[in-house]
Design a protein around this ligand. Sequence first.
Ligand code: FAD
Length: 286
Amino acid sequence: MKAASIFETKPVFSFEVFPPKPDVPIENIFRTLGELRELHPDFISVTYGAGGSVPGASTAEICETIQEQHGIPAIAHLPCINETRESVLEKLAQFRARHVENILALRGDRNPNVEPKHDFSHADDLITFIRENSADGEFDIAAACYPEGHPESTDLDTDIRYVKQKVDAGASHLISQLFYSNRDFYSFREKLAAAGVSVPVEAGIMPVTSKKSIERMVSLCGASIPNRLAKLLARYANDAASLKAAGLEYAIEQILDLQENCVDGIHLYTMNNPDVARYITEAVRA
Ligand code: FAD
């Protein structure tokens, strides 16, 4: 099923998982998927990372399992910065062979230790390339967006112009970077609408589960920490269990508020943790 069609009927509730790292047993991801299935997400997206994955559990293979064994639509992430045209064509062939029909087209993060290939500069190039090298409507393509602006962009308005370029190239919906201030998301949504972007925008929610995880996320994607969350982090700095409980409640409040404000969808970054996904899903889908 094409992910875009899911947005036609209801606000979407989706999950994100990542392929296991080489030092993690392959069974873990399949057990995680089995548990996530019970929560009835509208789709599950699968990241693609430079860190590699264990044989038998690539992004395309995990997408196939999600669809064939669990009956849930899957979206394969595809970053292009380290790909050539030929390697993208190979990936499209793998997707076809595994009946993966949804792609999140991404540029990918620059790695200072890896010289990027030069076939694709930005995600809109990849979207155009996929459109040119697939049958009409064969793949549904989503793109990323950043409520606080992408860290490399000079200002939010410029970044939004490039988001529009991705939609004009053929992205049917957008999934947002994680954020902790709903006010930022609402203001971003208004700016997108003013710029003529009318496709659905899913809000990316990453629950805070530990001091380490939030520090890592903030350093990776530059998300800002609103005062209320900063106070929780300070109050529970030396109490991991209370910090996790407060972080989960914070995510639940964020989602409930977004739902009240007619968000097109919630994309929960599960971090492959079905217990966290279950706790949050049961609280917001009651
Ligand atoms: P782009 O849209 O190309 O934007 C990158 C920068 O270039 C922005 O500053 C933008 O303003 C600017 N820009 C865009 N188009 C143009 C243009 N035509 N000309 C000039 N400037 C332009 N990374 C992974 O490696 N694997 C993943 O699985 C993955 N999943 C992700 C999922 C989500 C929901 C999100 C939000 C991010 C994900 N990322 C992933 C991270 C993503 O690859 C990085 O944020 C990356 O730095 C930007 O990717 P993009 O597709 O948004 O790039």
